[in-house]
Design a protein around this ligand. Structure first.
Ligand SMILES: [Zn+2]
Ligand SMILES: [Zn+2]
Length: 119
């Protein structure tokens, strides 16, 4: 198993990720990126790197899910695009829906409000 494991120096990781060496060092020190200490240098295995990538991907997924407009269903990458929430369930509403459509409810509850108004 050891023979198949690739080791990277922090410099190589920095190159791979396109970030500064100091940033990689910080990831290792904070434990976000697992690393072995061999003498005075750190070594990261390809497995640990993959684990780190996996965690980052999950974080991105969570972020996107957190800012999906509950009325138009559009996904936003920044919570700054969210301008309000459904008055009933509290799901996020995007700036477009709030400012242009004067939205106050998510898709489901907007329908319920329409029905109430009609009857
Ligand atoms: Zn919207
Ligand atoms: Zn709602």
């Amino acid at each position: 198993m050891i023979e198949n494991t690739k080791f990277y120096s922090l410099e190589e990781i920095a190159n791979k990720l396109g970030i500064a060496y100091q940033s990689v060092y910080k990831l290792v020190r904070t434990g976000e990126l697992e690393a072995l200490r061999v003498g005075r240098v750190y070594r990261v295995t390809d497995h640990d790197l993959e684990t780190y990538f996996q965690r980052q991907r999950e974080l991105v997924k969570k972020e996107v899910a957190a800012v999906t407009c509950s009325l138009c269903g559009k996904s936003y990458f920044s919570s700054l695009s969210i301008a309000g929430q459904c008055k009933v369930c509290g799901l996020p509403l995007c700036r477009n829906c709030v400012e242009l459509k004067n939205a106050q409810y998510c898709e489901i509850h907007a329908e319920n409000q329409d029905q109430k108004r009609k009857s």
